[in-house]
Design a protein around this ligand. Structure first.
Ligand code: MG
Length: 332
């Protein structure tokens, strides 16, 4: 087999068959399903089916704490998890740029296999396309996930009430800042890692406690989730600056480069809105989970003009507006 992807790896012929056999089938083997068929048959599931789809265009493809493959699996798993579902199946479309090293593709496929297995999801269908050199950014992934949800799970922004508390499951801005560093554009170095991880355990704990609404603060970060809540509920979201979990490295790097970490992506966090009477129980449950030690209550939902306000440590207020320009392209 050649060492780099050529256009022939996407032509449906022998090179493509060998690539599928030697890379994808090796890492995503699924003996229980007929994955050689044109469409895969999935067993009928109990409960409601829940589905989500997403594209992944991160640069660089591999970064401290993950790679485009683990990021795609976690991205899909987390969207299903915060919807109260158990992720079951995953499909993946590989859009590969001519010239990508096959060893690199193999590492990413291995990472997808390991991550999917750890999250309890099976890769059940896939596709390979090769884009001519200069047109593909190395590798793009398009992924779709299917999960199942019990009929008793009730979640949604319409359930949010004034007085509710806002919680986050860990420090914010880690992924965005780790990607910034990994690009080496600024001559800055650090040992910060992406927080890319499954939030399934956090979502399950929240559902168990009767959470009203959850979202993973990916692109656009915590400030964007807060704005989405405010826009949808027409309520005021007040965040307490002193309570926000933020790593010192993230704070320092963002200050230096002029980024607001509240708008940078997380890839392994959950924001939850919960009845104030249940907030302490959820916080305790989250802090007891691996990776949840920095979980925090970060704000409240209030009546008043719909907007997002950051109450600063000095007692002032700063409006966190909706994002307009993209602070950091190709982040996830
Ligand atoms: Mg999401």
């Amino acid at each position: 087999m050649s060492e780099r992807i050529t256009l022939a790896h996407g032509n449906g012929g022998r090179f493509m068959r060998e690539l599928v056999r030697d890379v994808f089938a090796r890492h995503f083997a699924n003996p229980a399903l007929d994955t050689a068929a044109d469409a895969v048959a999935l067993p009928a599931a109990d409960g409601t089916l829940v589905t989500t789809t997403d594209g992944f265009i991160v640069d660089p493809l591999e970064f401290p704490g993950g790679d485009i493959g683990s990021l795609a699996v976690h991205g899909i798993v987390n969207d299903l998890a915060v919807s109260g579902a158990t992720p079951r199946w995953l499909t993946l479309s590989f859009l590969i740029e001519e010239g990508l090293e096959i060893a690199r593709l193999d590492r990413i496929a291995a990472s997808i296999g390991t991550t999917a297995h750890a999250c309890g999801v099976a890769v059940v269908a896939g596709d390979t396309k090769v884009l001519p050199r200069g047109q593909g950014g190395g590798l793009y992934l398009a992924a779709t996930g299917i999960g199942t949800r019990g009929a008793d799970v009730m979640l949604g922004m319409t359930r949010i009430r004034p007085g509710d508390h806002l919680l986050v499951s860990g420090p914010v801005g880690d992924h965005g800042t780790a990607i910034l560093l990994a690009r080496n554009d600024f001559g800055l170095y650090g040992d910060l890692r992406s927080d890319s991880a499954s939030v399934l355990a956090f979502a399950r704990a929240a559902v168990g406690i009767g959470v009203r609404f959850m979202r993973d603060p990916t692109r656009g970060g915590l400030a964007t989730v807060a704005n989405e809540i405010s826009l949808e509920t027409r309520l005021r979201v007040v965040l307490d600056e002193a309570a926000l979990p933020l790593r010192e490295e993230v704070r320092g790097i963002c200050e230096m480069l002029g980024y607001d970490p509240l708008y940078l992506a997380c890839e392994g966090r959950v924001v939850a809105v919960v009845d104030p009477a249940r907030a302490a129980a959820l916080l305790a449950a989250w802090r007891g989970l691996p990776g949840g030690e920095h979980a925090a209550g970060i704000g409240t939902i209030e009546t008043g003009r719909p907007c997002v306000v950051l109450r600063t440590a000095l007692g002032g207020e700063r409006l966190l507006e909706e994002l307009e320009d993209d602070p950091l392209p190709r982040i996830c």
